[in-house]
Design a protein around this ligand. Structure first.
Ligand SMILES: [Zn+2]
Length: 353
């Protein structure tokens, strides 16, 4: 992989399009959602009381508007490709196409996956597998999603791996994010391939033996108090994701750097910049995208300590998608207004669950 700062066609103020290697676009409408019935005191509580209430309330309309708002917010930050992981147990069929459509309308690239789980019974797992299969069969850009080993049976994990192999893609799965999933590695080791995406890996052993790219999500991990993944200990490629907290990859880079530095004061911003380069390997088309920034030169040591660096122009597929503070294909104010209306409907549904 060529160092992005060395690419001859890049001006000192330019990068390729940034990639968010792990996102949940469905969380874009979650901000301001009704408070949980009690204060979560551990990671599993956060899943049960916040995210698993939100995903049960999603319908086609809120899936579409959350994806559209999330895609707009990615574009605004120079992120031209999103690797998304979606769950909406009461609106599974067609959900990945809604996300794909919303991103295409904004002009942002997306890879979709439906997070299969046995949390809603074997039939729910089957419907999740079927949605991944339908989307990939119809030519969608994506992977096979799995929520996490601790919410799946061994049969479901094997079926997801088999489906991914049949489509020539990897599995996109949360692994050992919290201590509740510490047994995941032993259950999926024989299934993994280099195409898999292993998300979080906080509680993996150093010699976990899993194949695939590990995606580090430092802000989310701190927010959920699951621990520090110490990503430099892995021999796997390591990418960088936001786990649904926006798609501002320069900001995530800064957070990842200070968290790494807190762990090891001899570390450098180059270590984290390399994760953004791994992200390009997951979405190579972004190397042809161009982001011109409000700061130069683009250099990890400078960017680690420079906040508020903004895109001034973004080209995707050779088309200008962002210029003079505005998206070129869509009306940002209209998306924000429609998304706010959709969020109101979503919050009412959550309260009535
Ligand atoms: Zn996640």
């Amino acid at each position: 992989m060529t160092d992005m700062t060395d690419r001859p066609t890049l001006a000192p103020s330019q990068t390729p399009g940034l990639v968010c290697a792990h996102h949940h676009l469905y969380s874009a409408l979650a901000r301001g959602m009704p408070a949980p019935p009690r204060t979560p005191s551990k990671f599993l509580d956060i899943l049960e009381l916040v995210w698993w209430r939100l995903d049960r309330a999603l319908d086609a309309d809120t899936i579409y508007w959350s994806a559209k708002l999330g895609a707009l917010e990615a574009l605004e930050r120079g992120c031209t490709a999103i690797i998304d992981h979606h769950e909406s147990p009461h609106a599974i069929e067609g959900s990945l196409s809604l996300i794909e459509q919303a991103c295409a309308e904004v002009g942002v690239r997306v890879s979709c996956a439906y997070g299969v789980t046995d949390r809603h019974g074997a039939e729910g797992a089957q419907r999740g597998l079927a949605e991944n299969d339908r989307f990939l069969r119809e030519g969608g850009h994506g992977m096979v999603g799995v929520h996490a080993a601790f919410t799946c049976t061994d049969d479901t994990l094997a079926a997801a791996a088999e489906l991914a192999a049949r489509h020539g893609v990897g599995v996109h799965i949360h692994v050992a994010e919290g201590a509740d999933d510490v047994g995941a590695a032993d259950r999926i080791r024989h299934l993994t391939t280099p195409e898999w995406m292993i998300i979080h890996g906080v509680h993996l052993a150093d010699d976990h033996g899993l194949q695939g790219t590990i995606v580090h999500n430092p802000r989310s991990n701190m927010n959920n108090a699951v621990g520090y993944a110490r990503p430099t200990r892995f021999s796997n490629p390591v990418g960088l994701g936001t786990d649904g907290i926006g798609a501002d990859m320069l900001d995530e880079f800064r957070v990842a750097y200070v968290r790494l530095r807190e762990h090891d004061v001899t570390e450098t911003p180059d270590t984290v910049w390399a994760m953004l380069q791994t992200n390009h390997e997951l979405f190579p088309e972004t190397l042809d995208d161009r982001v011109t920034w409000s700061y130069e030169p683009i250099d990890p040591w400078r960017l680690a300590f420079t906040t508020g660096v903004n895109p001034t122009k973004i080209e995707i597929h050779g088309e200008t998608m962002w210029q003079d503070g505005h998206p070129t294909r869509v009306d940002a104010d209209e998306i924000r207004a429609k998304a706010a209306e959709a969020a109101g409907r979503l919050f009412t549904k959550i309260e009535n669950l």
